[in-house]
Design a binder for this molecule. Sequence first.
Ligand SMILES: Nc1nc2c(c(=O)[nH]1)N[C@H]1C(S)=C(S)[C@@H](COP(=O)(O)OP(=O)(O)OC[C@H]3O[C@@H](n4cnc5c(N)ncnc54)[C@H](O)[C@@H]3O)O[C@H]1N2
Ligand code: MOO
Length: 604
Amino acid sequence: MTVVFSNPLPIPVLGFCAYSGTGKTTLLTQLIPELNQRGIRLAVIKHAHHNFDVDIPGKDSFEMRKAGAKQVLVASHVRWALMTEDPVEDDPQLQHLLRQIEADKVDIVLVEGFKKLALPKIELHRAAHNKPFIHVHDENIVAIACCEDTQVPDTLTRLDLNNVQQIADFVQQYQQHWQAPQIKLPICFDDEALRDQPESEYGISVSQGISKVLGQVNAINQTELVDLVDIDNRILAHDIISEINVPQQTNSAMDGYAFAFDSLSTAPLKIVAEVLAGHNYPNILQAGEAVRIMTGATVPQGADTIQARELAEESDQTVTLLETQNIVKGQHVRLAGEDIAQGEVALSAGCRLGAAELGLMASLGFNRLPLFKRPVVAVFSTGDEVSQPGDELKPNCIFDANRYTILAMAKKLGCQVIDLGIIDDNEQTLTDTLRDAATKADIVISSGGVSVGNADYIKMALANVGNTHFWRINMRPGRPLAVGKINQSLFFGLPGNPVAVMVSFMQFVQPAIRKLAGEINWQPQFIPAIADHALRSKTGRTEFLRGVYSIGNDGKIHVQTTGAQGSGMLNSMVNANCLIVIADDTATIPAGDSVFIQPFADLL
Ligand SMILES: Nc1nc2c(c(=O)[nH]1)N[C@H]1C(S)=C(S)[C@@H](COP(=O)(O)OP(=O)(O)OC[C@H]3O[C@@H](n4cnc5c(N)ncnc54)[C@H](O)[C@@H]3O)O[C@H]1N2
Ligand code: MOO
């Protein structure tokens, strides 16, 4: 039986396996110089079964380790060695060992031992030893090096055990053609590719859910002109073409002196004028002349280079430039149109307008922009136990949290919101509410009542007014989800548990709102982070854990969970700054492995 292995390095790892006595080490000591000669830099990891030592008693490093140092790193200008005391019951973990290799210093790692791991290997087989084949129960064998008369299946590359050149050819080819596996994100956001995949009776994947949701959404096409100062997180309806160059004139990026680079040899230069921002020098600068110039002032004709004031000395209307050997032609000159050229598309339709975009539009002279109308989102809660915050909390009840998280997230996405309050859990009231809400809103969102409980009237109400699907999404939290249409409005029935509401909103409602609002080119962000402790999930479902990411002492992004993960515990969202997303083909992430996170940044 082979044990799952994933290569953590950006270079290939190739194993050599054989029964003892086959000549593995002899072959490797011949192969290594042969590969070195071909310019291939090698690392070797060798498994040892016994308590070996690489140091000598009496040496300082040996004595320090024996004195109790868990790690000793001994280094000279020739080599360094790290010795780690790591007594474990089981075999050492190859993935952990591989992470110790400096992948920028070698081209391939050859591994001797670790026979049971599912890593690509060359099997060595010597017929005279009468040992069984390894490849018959290990599908990771890519080639077999054996004797002349040994039978080898057609699917395996056959190598001559005594021909080091031939084996080196194979390793070289392997190294040259190896490609790092493509990064697979935990959620696929390819709307078209997934939409028509069949639904399984056990539920659909998050990716399928997203594409099915997006399949129900048509972008708003009404537009309006809005003053720049009133635009908050809205979507541009048309391309904006610049009518001017930005900057309008070629100008200085420094307070200093403008001159022609070719005049450098005639220094000191004669100062003929001073140019302040908003002004210009009306003449053409001649050879041997300079102007005193301020940041943002127009560079005179005839000048092409600026020297900063602190690198020049001025006296008697002349300037001596210092460190002339470092002056580069064109330095500190901002060319007309270098930010945006006249006639260029400055922003494209479908772009979300944040601070930078608004600044850019202002810099082009626009004071109003054509925008898509904001989506209108109506939100209500259901459930006899759900009470209005501010009222007295009745026995057996809870305060309504979901309406507030949904309203806040919808507003953050630039929607206009309608708060419909808490709606009584009965079929008639819910039917009336839904029918009315759909006349006012592009999206109607409820929470609670979409699972299999007896009092879940929302399903009946929906059947009365629209056309809705109830899906079980293979994810946690947020398994039940209702999506449908009430006339032209989109309906989302989110599950009742408060964390499930927020996670479902992020994964399904967010892309729908963005598409409806006319935003294009949006994709959820996945950032790789190092899991500081082991993370558990179950294959067959996508797990969204609440996490806290931060930059570790190693300069890399690390993540930990917030602790207890109950889908009713809103505090876990408050304490988190990201979701940790474990893909549906993964059951555990060992500590130290990479995992994808989705920072909350643009939503909470
Ligand atoms: N037999 C089964 N039971 C449940 C299943 C299942 O598959 N089979 N799924 C569980 C999952 S997962 C979830 S999530 C919930 C979803 O159920 P509902 O959408 O019907 O939600 P409710 O039962 O109405 O409420 C669940 C939970 O959330 C609280 N809640 C409801 N609304 C609010 C609100 N506005 N603010 C704060 N908290 C709210 C409610 O009191 C419940 O505790 O079903 C599981 N059960
Ligand atoms: O959606 Mo539920 O909150 O997974 O438990």
